[in-house]
Design a protein around this ligand. Structure first.
Ligand code: THU
Length: 146
């Protein structure tokens, strides 16, 4: 698939993002759910960060793939807005980000495009504002400060 120009001059190939997410998924640590997820985030300045889900015997400590990728981005000192997120999970249907991940994506990429895929069919392509309508984010919090 050819690279497509995106807003604010960022150019990327969505098929490449999904390929990377599918490849990194192999590193997921998911011995409890056996549901492996890989994620890639692309920032406006062209950097890519990958993540996988990391489960724990104390189940509620699980970290999702999207959150792993974004934590890696923040650890690298990057604050450039996220313009695209690719998520690939096991099974046929698209792996759409969970509610907590939607909130995390919204924090760093309120205009992000989200590509969600499984192992069959076409990816679901949407934007975070549609996955998290009327989302609460940094802008709203700043309004409340005096
Ligand atoms: N998971 C993700 O990594 N991202 C999501 O958006 C959905 C769920 C993981 C968490 C858990 O390790 C497994 O998938 C099953 O819920």
């Amino acid at each position: 698939m050819k690279a497509e120009p995106r807003r604010r001059g960022v150019t990327y190939d969505e098929a490449d993002l999904l390929r990377r997410a599918r490849t990194v998924r192999a590193r997921a640590y998911a011995p409890y759910s056996s549901f492996h997820v890989g994620a890639v985030v692309l920032t406006e300045d062209g950097q890519l960060f990958e993540g996988v889900n990391v489960e724990n015997a104390s189940y509620r400590m699980t970290t999702c793939a999207e959150q792993s990728a974004i934590a890696t981005m923040v650890t690298a000192g990057v604050r450039s807005p996220i313009v695209a997120v690719a998520v690939v999970g096991d099974g046929e249907d698209p792996c759409t980000p969970c509610g907590a991940c939607r909130q995390t994506i919204f924090e760093f990429g309120p205009q992000a495009t989200v590509y969600a895929s499984g192992d069959a069919g076409r990816p679901l392509v949407t934007v975070i504002a549609d996955l998290l309508p009327h989302g609460f984010g940094p802008r709203r919090l700043a309004q409340g400060q005096s």
